[in-house]
Design a protein around this ligand. Structure first.
Ligand code: KG4
Ligand code: ZN
Length: 335
């Protein structure tokens, strides 16, 4: 199974056979977006056009395979940026048609969920999945990925957690992407130095929804106050406190969701799963609650083609119908 991912700024291709990752490659246009402080859709789409063929070729080389070995193609059809999705789908359709192999459309979030199976084997049924990246903050109850619908328990009502890191980092004067920069700056800081809010954690708030825009504003205001008074920004303390607030909210809600649904495994995926405090607090709280924690390695946490191939492989093995060659993208695909 060849998997293709192109929903945002990463062009990914991965090869999977019966649940095993054979090889994958990713090209990112992140550097081209850096000076704009965020992903520019048109630049991302053009970069996919340039990267598609080299990335597929590199994935095949790493897997020690040839084009003729491809038995099926899976591709992200949504959600994502429409121009970017369009490029990946056109490439995937072309390959499937030319090779005479079936094509499978894959939901991007199902891909993130399946990523962990490539490292730790099949997911237990049921499991709770927390997807935290620059584009998503979702809490999902997953049963059999190929057969049962994913239950969408909650989502962010405004910014994604990664977006909060990226935007606050900008106000703090840190480079893009902001998440890793905040993580680094936080190392020397005191996580209790600034009492940033824990949005939507009150007793009457939606249990599994998230909100990070108020936290972002609070952090920006904190930085402004220091500047107004002509003081140097205590950056390490600000970064550590912000990271603590995000990690606290994410892990508190995820562990509560596991408890309330009687689920014994939590899987954390997406770029923010790389955050050192998110990982440490998830470990601590899962251990305390007797929940098994699974976090895939970072290269499988961020957008890639292997995770799309993993879903395609599950679909084939479950006997799912392939997609027609006129299948289209769905930029705001619901789960
Ligand atoms: O999954 P991903 O590569 O792309 C999508 O958004 O789908 O996630 C990227 C996000 C960015 O917002 C980035 O700042 C964040 O993940 N990120 C981190 C860390 N590494 C990446 N956030 C916090 N701490 C990190 N160490
Ligand atoms: Zn993603």
């Amino acid at each position: 199974m060849l998997g293709i991912e192109s929903s945002c700024d990463e062009t990914g291709a991965g090869l999977v056979r019966e649940g095993r990752l054979l090889g994958h490659a990713v090209a990112s246009s992140m550097d081209e977006h850096a000076r704009f402080g965020g992903v520019v859709p048109e630049i991302a789409a053009r970069a996919h056009v340039h990267s598609f063929t080299p990335v597929v070729r590199e994935a095949l080389e790493r897997a020690g395979l040839r084009t003729a070995d491809i038995g099926a193609v899976a591709v992200t059809t949504g959600p994502g940026l429409s121009g970017a999705l369009q490029v990946g789908l056109a490439g995937a359709k072309t390959l499937a048609f030319a090779l005479g192999v079936p094509l499978y459309g894959v939901h991007h979030l199902a891909g993130h969920v399946a990523a962990d199976t490539l490292e730790h084997g099949p997911l237990p049924d049921p499991c709770m999945v927390l997807i935290v990246s620059g584009g998503h903050t979702s809490l999902l109850l997953v049963r059999d990925l190929a057969r049962d619908p994913i239950v969408h328990l909650g989502d962010t009502i405004d910014d994604a957690a990664g977006e909060c890191f990226d935007k606050v980092a900008r106000v703090f004067g840190l480079p893009y992407p902001g998440g890793p920069a905040v993580d680094r700056a936080a190392r020397e800081g005191d996580p209790g130095a600034v009492a940033f809010p824990r949005p939507l954690t009150g007793p009457r708030d939606a249990r599994y929804d998230f909100s990070f825009s108020g936290l972002k504003t609070a952090a920006a205001r904190w930085a402004e106050q220091h500047r107004l008074h002509g003081e140097e920004l205590p950056l390490a303390d600000g970064a550590a406190s912000l990271q603590e607030a995000v990690a606290d909210v994410l892990t508190r809600k995820a562990v509560a969701a596991c408890r309330e649904h009687g689920v014994g495994t939590l899987v954390v995926v997406g770029g923010v799963a790389a955050n050192s405090r998110v990982r440490a607090l998830a470990e601590e709280r899962c251990r305390g609650a007797g929940i098994a924690l699974r976090v895939p390695p970072l290269k499988l946490c961020t957008d890639n083609g292997a995770m799309i191939a993993a879903v395609g492989d599950l679909l084939v093995r479950a006997g799912a119908e392939p997609a027609p060659l006129d299948v289209s993208i769905d930029p705001s695909a619901p789960l």
